[in-house]
Write a protein that binds this ligand. Structure first.
Ligand SMILES: CC(C)(COP(=O)([O-])OP(=O)([O-])OC[C@H]1O[C@@H](n2cnc3c(N)ncnc32)[C@H](O)[C@@H]1OP(=O)([O-])[O-])[C@@H](O)C(=O)NCCC(=O)NCCSC(=O)C[C@@](C)(O)CC(=O)[O-]
Length: 298
């Protein structure tokens, strides 16, 4: 199969990356990260979440972050909203797009958003309705598409059924998350093959964590399946508060290096991206999760 000519990167570092950090991170540092990322050429940045601060304390300052970022024309600044309350709060912060998030595993759904998969989908209906009325696009996430920290294996058919529901209720795109990074290239291809029967492939995105070091391979496997939108996190920041031991997303720098090598243009400046990753790692006092950034430092 021919590889896609164009790939869109969804930078989730400020949200998925930072949500798991235990230490306080100042609003100024979060704002600097978002602005560094837009300056590097990222066109879509997930800035924060409008969720319960008791569940994910690190995202509590999202409204302040949105108020202080320097919005660059042409860049989409998005946020997670698990319910109508989160959606309204996001709109007050002039969020341009929101994302609702479901799971393919019942146990993860309970741990992450305290309800069953079916209840979560019901909860999203008013969000989608309100978004439609206000002209706001909604992205959908499905977690645990290649494995669950509580239930183990997850059938691709189960992923397809949740993705289909999200798409049918109006999500313009559904991002499929390997939350704990256990997926392999073979399992990834199979999963997209099955989900692609229910949701058009150009409406699907890949969201890979790198726990087992397979994320770049899984991105490539997805490209072979015709997937052209990928979530990634600068410096491979992150983990998941409800998936113990899971590491961050595929590093945006490593993803870009792969795409550059395939001749797929994204308009992103690798050097600026590496600089953005180094800066936030210094702030956090953590190791840089990007192999490319490390190689460039050596
Ligand atoms: C969904 C709920 C709220 C249900 O939580 P709940 O306890 O079932 O709901 P509730 O309605 O009883 O509310 C509980 C408390 O939260 C408040 N509350 C209720 N809604 C909001 C809101 N929007 N904003 C702020 N506060 C809110 C509400 O007012 C109440 O406050 P209290 O009375 O206890 O003081 C909760 O479980 C929650 O916030 N979960 C967030 C989980 C989360 O953010 N997880 C990480 C993101 S998902 C992810 O990382 C995976 C992904 C997307 O990256 C893909 C992948 O890799 O798999």
């Amino acid at each position: 199969m021919n590889l896609p000519q164009h790939v869109r990167l969804v930078e989730v570092g400020p949200r998925d990356g930072l949500q798991n950090e235990k230490q306080p991170i100042s609003v100024a540092d979060k704002v600097r990260l978002v602005d560094d990322l837009s300056a590097a050429g990222l066109g879509y940045i997930e800035v924060g979440s409008f969720v319960s601060p008791k569940w994910v304390p690190q995202m509590a300052g999202s409204a302040e972050v949105f108020a202080q970022i320097a919005r660059k024309p042409g860049v989409t600044y998005a946020a997670l909203a698990p319910n109508l309350r989160g959606f309204e709060a996001a709109l007050e912060s002039k969020v341009e797009e929101v994302a609702v998030f479901a799971a393919a595993s019942e146990a993860f759904s309970q741990k992450n958003i305290n309800c069953s998969i079916a209840e979560s989908l019901e909860r999203f209906v008013p969000v989608l309705d309100a978004a439609k009325q206000r002209g706001v696009r909604v992205r959908g996430y499905v977690s645990c598409v290649l494995g669950c920290p509580y239930e183990g294996a997850v059938a691709p058919e189960q992923v397809a059924s949740v993705a289909r529901e999200l798409f049918a209720m109006g999500c313009y795109e559904v991002s499929l998350g390997d939350t704990i990074g256990v997926g392999t290239a073979g399992a990834t291809r199979k999963m997209f093959e099955v989900v692609g029967r229910d949701v058009p492939r150009d409406k699907l995105a890949g969201h890979f964590h790198d726990t087992y070091g397979q994320a770049v391979a899984n991105v490539y496997a997805s490209l072979l399946e015709g997937i052209s939108v990928f979530d990634s996190s600068v410096a491979g920041l992150g983990g998941c508060p409800y998936a113990k031991g899971a590491t961050g997303n595929v590093a945006s720098e490593d993803m870009l290096y792969l795409l550059n090598g395939l001749g797929i243009d994204t308009g992103i400046d690798l050097d600026k991206l590496i600089a953005a990753g180094r800066r936030i790692c210094q702030v956090l006092g953590r190791d840089n999760g990007s192999r490319v950034a490390k190689a460039r430092q050596a």
